[in-house]
Design a binder for this molecule. Structure first.
Ligand code: G6P
Ligand code: MN
Length: 458
């Protein structure tokens, strides 16, 4: 079986490959094709992926190409993890918003809107090509903003697509880690949108384990919930996705991010440039051990400084280097990749998998329309992927979710029509913006900054 990774020259490719190789035999995997439009990065990270495979003695072939058509020939699963406009694009997305006193963040608010302008047309292009070359293949979208991109894919008739985010399973993983249980034995009830979701229960043999943990100060400070005040978590009474920080601490977030010398995007740009230089000077084939060490060091630094400005346990950069990489989501490096590969395993073997995914609502959450892509607990087996029933949700969550979904629907529409006016109305609908005048300014600046990638709009 062949699997293709679009964006295979990205820094996360070696983690993805490591995770895939662990399950290769169970899923019948014999080729991972890394595809990237950046030949230089593809050669460095491709070599690193081959080292990862060699180190575990895997028979799986790791191929690479800059041609998407070639990657799609004979493929059964495709994972898209692209960043159109590169790290530079993220810097613009975040900086432009901050300059106007609103949240500048990769996926939430204006930054996510600007990223969608570039991501959506590109991912749709790949989906169209895939349908021609290998109809029937599944496409797993990791490309951010993942909920919006998946909404666009579904709206355009691509039914074998699903959106994946590691944070969707954070409640389940955190409870498992805390109580030393195998996360597969737990069932979470997650609902919301991507980067805007809640976990109602996490059960083990039908018994809820989450409720009591939400009253345990150790759990609150030892998990991603530590971006919130314990009193807030108790009021809400549910697991809260960490991205809710940007809504419930909107003023603090802008203040703290603006007070930093560099935005997260600027920091990641620098870390990535440094890693690439380091790997080139080491020479991956010349000294694979040193290359892998540099790579894992990079990962540890990146994951342990995630949302440092919000976390009560944030390390200094020096401490970050000392820390183990599992400070972020899931098991080491398994985050995104682990979810994708577990889905493949469930689709191939028929052993049911319960996991949080971004799929059309189809009645799962009462206040949402059938075609709305939501982040929700799903079951995956040989028959495909289905959301589990959630029913009614509390008013506070419903109102927030509906207004962000409205922003998402309008954003997809604006992008499909390449309409500036629609884009302004879409951004105005976002609860962190609301202002028509601000939306106009931001849209104009984003359209100008990203013109090389999105062309001219009407
Ligand atoms: C989480 C989110 C991803 C996001 C990433 C940003 O994993 O689920 O969607 O891209 O964080 O991490 P970074 O290290 O780039 O700030
Ligand atoms: Mn995510």
């Amino acid at each position: 079986m062949k699997l293709a990774l679009i964006g295979g020259g990205g820094v996360r490719a070696p983690l993805f490959v490591a995770s895939a190789l662990r399950r290769a035999e169970r899923i019948g995997l014999d080729e991972i094709c890394l595809m990237d439009i950046d030949a230089d990065k593809l050669s460095v990270f491709g070599a690193l992926c081959r080292e990862v495979a060699r180190a575990v003695g895997s028979p799986v072939r790791i191929t690479s190409t800059t041609d998407a058509r070639e990657a799609f020939e004979g493929v059964r699963y495709v994972v898209t993890t692209i960043r159109v406009g590169g790290d530079e694009g993220r810097v613009f997305d975040e900086r432009i918003a901050l300059r106007h006193g609103v949240l500048g963040q990769e996926t939430t608010g204006p930054g996510g809107f600007a990223m969608a302008l570039r991501s959506i047309p590109a991912v749709l292009g790949y989906a169209e090509l895939l349908e021609k070359v290998s109809p029937g293949a599944w496409m797993f979208n990791f490309t951010n903003p993942a909920g919006l991109v998946t909404q666009a894919l579904r709206d355009n008739g691509f039914h074998r697509t699903v959106g994946i985010c590691d944070a969707a399973n954070e409640a389940q993983f955190s409870v498992a880690r805390w109580l030393n249980l195998d996360s597969k034995t737990l069932r979470a009830e997650v609902f919301g949108l991507n980067h805007l979701s809640w976990g109602r229960r996490v059960t083990h043999n039908g018994q809820d384990l989450l409720g009591p943990l939400l009253r345990d100060p150790g759990f609150l400070s030892g998990t991603m919930l530590n971006v919130f005040d314990p009193e807030l978590v108790q009021e809400v009474g549910m697991w809260m996705n960490e991205y809710l920080y940007y809504f419930h601490y909107a003023d603090e977030a802008v203040q703290k991010i603006s007070a930093e010398e560099r935005t997260r995007g600027e920091e990641i740009r620098e870390l990535n440039q440094h890693l690439l230089k380091q790997l080139k000077s080491i020479g991956v084939e010349r000294d694979p051990a040193a290359a892998l060490k540099a790579y894992y060091g990079y990962e540890a630094r990146r994951s342990s400084t995630y949302m440092y400005y919000a976390r009560s346990d944030a390390p200094t950069p020096e401490e970050a280097d000392e820390r183990a990489p599992e400070a972020k989501h899931g098991e080491v490096g398994e985050g995104y990749a682990g979810v994708a590969l577990s889905i493949i395993e469930a689709l191939e073997t028929g052993n049911p998998l319960y996991t949080g995914l971004n799929v059309p609502n189809e009645g799962a959450i009462h206040c949402m329309r059938p075609g709305d892509v939501v982040e929700v607990s799903c079951v995956v087996d040989r028959d495909g992927i289905r959301p589990l029933p959630i029913g009614d949700i509390p008013e506070a969550q419903e109102l927030l979710m509906r207004s962000v979904k409205r922003y998402e629907r309008l954003t997809v529409e604006a992008i499909m029509q390449r309409s500036r006016q629609k884009a302004v109305m879409a951004l105005m609908a976002h609860p962190l913006v609301l202002s028509y005048s601000l939306a106009q300014t931001l849209v104009d600046q984003y359209l100008a900054a990203h013109a090389p990638y999105i062309g001219k709009w009407q």
